[in-house]
Design a protein around this ligand. Structure first.
Ligand SMILES: C[S@@+](CC[C@H](N)C(=O)[O-])C[C@H]1O[C@@H](n2cnc3c(N)ncnc32)[C@H](O)[C@@H]1O
Length: 240
């Protein structure tokens, strides 16, 4: 792994607890059929119900036990794959877009898994969903790059979000990142110590070298980068 780049300047950061369009507004507008649809699916926990599980997430699943969060679960390839590989664990997918929540819920149904749930929520509002120690781990796969300098403040891999995640993940729990965007790797490694995370292992090319962890599932975006022969990086951290 190359040396982390030192950020030239500290960028203004997206504020935590930013307002996001809730279901009432979107439903009232009637423009997105997936808003109503996602509420009918048994794999989806509506946002307002999900907030009620704060501090007792284990009760949201058929069998109690530690929960692993995937942020930005997209179409659900990874979530359904991990849930099928690990029926003894509980998996929670967080996704901002209603349509992707619906597609992911269909994936879970097709995979026949009952140990995964989805919530349509904004990852900048995690404190509304989780209390300290609620999570066994967090997996983040190909977060949006926001590649331009003027967009950098929108990046999820940031000190405020990492600090919050360290609060919600119990000691010894893990944070896994896979990304095609090298600055996310550099930022995560640069911010780890000050936000409560200790590096375990990294990979400069998951396709060539494999992921640093044993049980991996290829994501939808990862497959696209693999097909183009472009590297996918991985960083594995543990809650210090
Ligand atoms: C580039 S896609 C990657 C999808 C999937 N993880 C994969 O690897 O195939 C990023 C995903 O994160 C979601 N996302 C972006 N910002 C988010 C936020 N603030 N909260 C929750 N999900 C978000 C997007 O809607 C999108 O589905």
């Amino acid at each position: 792994m190359n040396e982390p780049l030192t950020p030239r300047t500290r960028v203004r950061q997206q504020p935590l607890n930013r307002p996001f369009r809730d279901r009432t507004v979107a439903e009232a507008e009637g423009v997105n059929p997936h808003v109503a649809l996602h509420r009918t699916m048994s794999q989806v926990i509506p946002a307002e119900t999900a907030e009620g599980f704060r501090g007792r997430w284990e009760e949201a699943f058929a069998s109690p036990g530690p929960v692993t969060l995937e942020i930005g679960s997209g179409n659900g390839f990874y979530l359904s794959g991990m849930a099928a590989k690990h029926p003894e664990q509980r998996w929670l997918g967080l996704e901002l877009r209603f349509k992707r929540v619906v597609l992911a819920a269909r994936k879970l149904e097709a995979a026949g898994v009952d140990n995964a749930r989805l919530v349509r929520f904004d990852a900048y509002n995690l404190a509304r969903l989780f209390a300290p120690g609620d999570l066994a781990g967090v997996h983040i796969n190909h977060p949006d790059p926001w590649a331009k300098d003027r967009q950098a403040h929108r990046r999820l891999i940031s000190a405020p979000v990492l600090t919050q995640l360290a609060e919600f993940v119990r000691i010894g729990g893990e944070l896994r990142l896979k990304t095609d965007f090298r600055p996310h790797v550099d930022a995560l490694l640069a911010l780890a110590a000050e936000t409560g995370w200790a590096p375990v292992e990294t990979s400069d090319d998951v396709l060539r070298d494999g992921a640093p962890w044993a049980n991996d599932v290829c994501t939808n975006y990862q497959r696209k980068f693999n097909e183009k022969g472009l590297p996918v990086y991985a960083v594995w951290l543990r809650r210090a």
